[in-house]
Design a protein around this ligand. Structure first.
Ligand SMILES: [Cu+2]
Length: 273
């Protein structure tokens, strides 16, 4: 039986690597075709993920081969082979090595990812020319979004001509856009998997985030922080369009929102109501 487990643990490493290798072809990997991120920062985050995956894979394979070897030799001893069992009472040298090596690896990862992290999180590293296009307020269990009127800047407090949507975030593509993230109640997390953007929304804090969408399309926005019974349905969409389409949408959304049911609106739109 011992030999079975030694082969099992050694092979599990091989199978895990094979799965990682083939996963992108079968769509088991990140979202999107070819697992390609839909934001500029997303590509860098994927690179970091791959680096960590390589480190973890090498460690996993090494550990499983060692485990397989120990089980194999142990099984031979148990079966009454020539080899004698070795009793160990610990090794200082080994303990120092397996403390220093992981610590060194963690330190390396911490330093290596610093640039990407700073780009995403530090104001000084964010693009200089960037529009804050909307304020997103997470609440149990929906996303409330406030946009400034066309040609205006987003103010910290609501303005009479602001445009509102629920669970529908519109963003232009091709240049960096910013969002002010808030929470109306408990802690939530703004997560757009296709773009690899994730940021906690914390009560009483306004957290700026920015990203540059590289491809037009419709993406999922979900909550990645268990925030109550309705957490599972806290889903919205991000509609990424060209800048012209975004501006057009903003004009139409404002028109709809401020239509009082009486004042002039284009005849066909009124007829279509
Ligand atoms: Cu939530």
């Amino acid at each position: 039986m011992g030999k079975f487990w030694s082969v099992f643990f050694t092979l599990s490493a091989v199978i895990a690597v094979a799965v990682c290798w083939y996963a992108p072809d079968y769509g088991w990997w990140f979202p999107n075709d070819n697992a390609e991120a839909r934001s500029t920062i997303g590509k860098q985050i994927d690179d970091l993920f791959h680096l960590i995956l390589v480190i973890v894979s090498v460690t996993f394979i090494g550990v499983n081969i060692a485990l397989g070897y120990v089980l194999w030799t142990g099984a031979e001893v148990a079966a009454g082979g020539q080899r004698k069992a070795l009793f160990s009472h610990g090794s200082h040298a080994l303990e120092v090595i397996w403390t220093i090596v992981p610590a060194g690896i963690l330190l390396f990862i911490a330093l290596y990812q610093m640039d990407v992290w700073a780009q995403f999180r530090f104001k000084s590293q964010a693009p200089k020319k960037m529009d804050i296009i909307a304020e997103v307020t997470a609440r149990q269990f929906e996303w409330r979004i406030r946009y400034p009127a066309r040609g205006k800047k987003l103010m910290p407090t609501p303005q009479p001509d602001d445009i509102y949507t629920v669970n529908d975030l519109r963003v232009p593509t091709g240049f960096p856009v910013g969002i002010s993230l808030r929470s109306g109640d408990v802690q939530h997390s703004f997560f757009v998997p296709e773009m690899r953007i994730k940021q906690d929304a914390v009560p009483k804090m306004v957290i700026p985030i920015w990203f540059e969408v590289t491809k037009t399309g419709e993406y999922d926005l979900t909550c990645a922080e268990l925030c109550g019974w309705g957490h599972y349905k806290m889903k919205a969409r991000v509609v990424a369009t060209s800048e012209a389409e975004f501006e057009q949408w903003r004009v139409e959304a404002a028109k709809d929102q401020f239509f009082d049911g009486v004042s002039p609106q284009p005849a066909e739109e009124v007829a279509g109501q």
